[in-house]
Design a protein around this ligand. Structure first.
Ligand code: HPA
Length: 270
C-alpha cells in the first residue's frame, strides 16, 4: 500500500471517530448538494488527505464528507480529479483505494454527461450498464501483479441497477439506462465523434467515471454509476455546449439523483 493511501486512511479514521463507511460516493459536476443529505457529517478538506485531488473545475469543492444517509454509513467525495487536469489517468487512485481501505464495499459514481438518446434529455438521469473508453489509457498503467488484469464484465453491478430501477418506479421517476463513453476532454466532443459513438451503441458521453470504475473493480468494490444528463451531445441539440450549461441543467437531475440515492441508502441491509 502506498504511503499516501495509508496516511489518508489514518487521517480519516482519526477525524471521523472510527465511523466505518459501507458505501463510497463520488459526486460529479452539479451534484455537490447531495452532502446536505449526510447526517452527523464530519467534513475533511482534501488538503488534509495526501493523494486526494485539489480540483480545478467550478462546482467541485474538494472535501470528503463522512456520516450516514438513511442509516447507512457513507463516505462522500465532493469533487474529483479528471484525466484532463493532469494527463494522469490514475489521478483518483488514492481516493478510491482509501475508500476501500476504510471499509467501503460499494462505490457509487455520479457524473454530468451529454446524451445521445433523444428520449433522455437535459434534466434526466441515466444508470450506466457498461462503458467504452475513447482515451486509450488506463488508471492501472504501471500497476504490478496479476490482479491488474481486471475483469470488467458486469462492472456496473446488475443487482444494484435492478434495485435502482425499482426505486425509480416507486417514485414515478423515469430512469434511463445505457452505455457511457469516456472522452478525455477538457474540450467537448465533435459532432463526428458523437456520430461514431452512436454507431457503437453509446447513450451518454463524458470526461470522468471510467478511471474510478476500473480502480474500484481492481480494489474489489461493487460499482454503480449514475449520469445526470445536462445536454444533448455535440451536434444533436439546438445549442452549443458549455460548462455553464452543464451546471445550470444539472440542478433538476441532481434532485432526482438525491431521491434515488437516499432511498437506496435507506434500504441498505434490509
Ligand atoms: N460531453 C462531455 N462531458 C460532458 C458533457 C458532454 O456533452 N456534458 C456534461 N459533461
Amino acid at each position: 500500500m502506498s504511503t499516501d493511501i495509508e496516511q489518508s486512511i489514518a487521517a480519516v479514521i482519526a477525524k471521523s471517530g472510527g465511523l466505518k463507511p459501507k458505501i463510497g460516493i463520488i459526486l460529479g459536476s452539479g451534484l455537490g448538494s447531495f452532502v446536505d443529505c449526510v447526517q452527523d457529517a464530519v467534513i475533511i478538506s482534501y488538503g488534509e488527505l495526501p493523494g486526494f485531488p485539489q480540483p480545478g473545475v467550478g462546482g467541485h469543492a474538494g472535501r470528503l464528507v463522512l456520516g450516514t444517509v438513511g442509516g447507512t454509513p457513507v463516505a462522500v467525495m465532493q469533487g474529483r480529479a479528471h484525466y484532463y487536469e493532469t494527463g494522469r489517468a490514475d489521478a483518483m487512485k488514492t481516493p478510491v483505494r482509501t475508500l476501500a481501505g476504510l471499509g467501503c464495499d460499494t462505490l457509487i459514481v455520479t457524473n454530468a454527461a451529454g446524451s445521445l438518446n433523444p428520449v433522455a434529455g437535459p434534466g434526466s438521469v441515466m444508470v450506466l450498464n457498461d462503458h467504452i473508453s475513447f482515451t486509450g489509457v488506463s488508471p492501472l498503467f504501471g500497476e504490478p501483479g496479476d490482479d491488474r488484469f481486471v475483469d470488467l464484465t458486469d462492472a456496473y453491478d446488475p443487482a444494484i441497477r435492478a434495485t435502482l430501477h425499482k426505486i425509480a418506479k416507486g417514485h414515478g421517476i423515469t430512469l434511463h439506462e445505457g452505455v457511457y463513453m469516456w472522452f478525455c476532454g477538457p474540450h467537448f466532443e465533435t459532432p463526428a465523434e458523437i456520430r461514431a459513438a452512436g454507431i457503437l451503441g453509446v447513450s451518454a458521453v463524458g470526461m470522468s467515471t471510467v478511471p474510478e470504475v476500473i480502480l474500484a473493480r481492481h480494489a474489489g468494490l461493487k460499482v454503480c454509476a449514475l449520469s445526470i444528463i445536462t445536454n444533448a451531445a455535440a451536434g444533436m441539440g439546438d445549442t452549443g455546449l458549455s460548462h455553464q450549461q452543464t451546471m445550470t441543467n444539472a440542478v433538476v437531475a441532481a434532485e432526482t439523483v438525491k431521491i434515488l440515492l437516499v432511498d437506496f441508502l435507506t434500504n441498505q441491509g434490509r
